[in-house]
Structures are given as C-alpha cells and as structure tokens.
Design a protein around this ligand. Structure first.
Ligand code: CA
Length: 238
C-alpha cells in the first residue's frame, strides 16, 4: 500500500514530489492519470493524496468529490497542488473537502511541511475528534474560547462577540493553519437568521480582528480564497 499517493501528470513534477516525500521517510507512488488514480485510491486508500487539479482524463476536483462521497476514502487527507491563478479551482477543491493546498511553482519544503501537518492532524483526529473539545486555546493561552459557555477571553480579559463573530472565530480556530473559504465560513454560521454574503463575512472578520486586539493579526486574509488563523504569527510577534 502506498503511504502517499501523488496524482500528477507532469512527469518532472511528479518525480520531484516523490523524491521529497521519500526523503521524509514515506513510500510514495506517482500516478499520472486521474482515472487510474481514483481506481487506486478507491481500491487501496493511502494515508494522504497529493493532488494536481489539471489532469487529462479525470480532473482533481472530481477525485476530491468522489473521495468525500466514499466512506472508506473520506478521511484521507487531500493536499492540492495547483497552478497559480487557479484560485477558483482551489476554492472549489477546499469546498469539496480538500484539506490544504500549495500553488505551482511550489517550494518543496513548504509542500513537505503541509504534508507532515496533515498527517499529524489525521492521526490526532483518529485519536479523538477536536470537535469534542469544549475549550479551544490559541497562541498558548492568549486566546481561550469556551464553546459551551460561548465566551472568549483574550489575554485574560473577557471579550464580547456577537453570535456570528463567535461562529467565525470557532470556524477558524477549529483548524488553525488551514484556509477556510468564505463559503465554509458562511456554512459554519448556519442557523443564524441573517442573509449571509461574502461581503458580510469580510465585515464580521474585521470586527473580530478589532475585538481580539493584537491577536486579531492572527487572522490572515488569503487573497482570492478566504481566511486562515495563523498561530505562528503570534510567536513571531514581540
Ligand atoms: Ca497537471
């Protein structure tokens, strides 16, 4: 069973990725056809899929869609590798359930860091779902979110968030380091009796950032895609 399945039709790129994956100590197989890749994933689910989106016979988005429909492949992390300028496809991929992405041309170190991160998270999810936790913390304990009580504490100081703002923050904090598209954020706010648009999300984000004070800078805008909570930014802030 390949640990890491690389779906990439450009041979040089496929080999480059394989080289780096194997150097990380994982078995890796490159498949150049989307159709064959899906057959292989379905027959023999790998630990993670590195997925190019533009493929000759079955595109990467279709593979994402099929993987998330099937119970046995649903939990396999998907890391998209897509051409720059393909934001619409990246957004579509994330909404179909892909976990992260890098754009071409990519830094192999960044790609490997994202891969290790996803593998670590998949393992943690197998041990106990983050969704069960009632208290989430960010940047040490600078930001503490209590999901049962709906309270947020920033640097020891309670902060009042509206329900929408709270749901947005929960959505971002539940997957630190990962991009959330505006559609995903809107979905997370489901149940709010307000008509939600991308613009509304942006307005709420601005409010959340302001209320979090200095920690507001942890919420990064990912141009053309959505938002991400970046915990590392906190550590680099003096
Ligand atoms: Ca391609």
């Amino acid at each position: 069973m390949p640990q890491i399945l690389i779906v990439e039709d450009e041979p040089d790129i496929g080999e480059l990725i394989r080289f780096h994956v194997m150097r990380e100590g994982f078995d890796a197989v490159v498949i150049r056809s989307g159709r064959l890749a899906w057959q292989e994933i379905n027959r023999n689910p790998p630990r993670l899929v590195i997925l190019d989106l533009m493929l000759p016979d079955m595109d990467g988005l279709e593979i994402c869609r099929r993987m998330k429909l099937e119970r046995r492949t649903r939990g396999v992390p998907i890391l998209i590798v897509s051409a720059k300028g393909g934001e619409a496809d990246i957004v579509a991929g994330l909404e179909l359930g892909a976990d992260d992405y890098v754009t071409k041309p990519f830094s192999p170190n960044v790609l490997m860091a994202r891969m290790r991160n996803l593998l670590r998270r998949a393992e943690a999810a197998g041990l106990g779902d983050d969704a069960d936790r009632s208290v989430m913390t960010v940047a040490g304990e600078s930001l503490v979110i209590d999901l049962d009580r709906h309270t947020v504490v920033v640097e020891g100081r309670p902060v009042e968030l509206t329900r929408s703002e709270f749901e947005i923050l929960r959505c971002l904090v539940s997957r630190p380091g990962f991009v959330r598209t505006r559609e995903q954020i809107i979905a997370a706010m489901h149940g709010d009796n307000v008509v939600l648009t991308s613009r509304t999300v942006d307005v709420h984000i601005t409010a959340v950032r302001r209320k979090l004070g200095e920690l507001g800078s942890l919420i990064k805008t990912v141009r053309g895609v959505g938002y991400r909570l970046d915990e590392c930014a906190a550590e680099s802030t003096p």
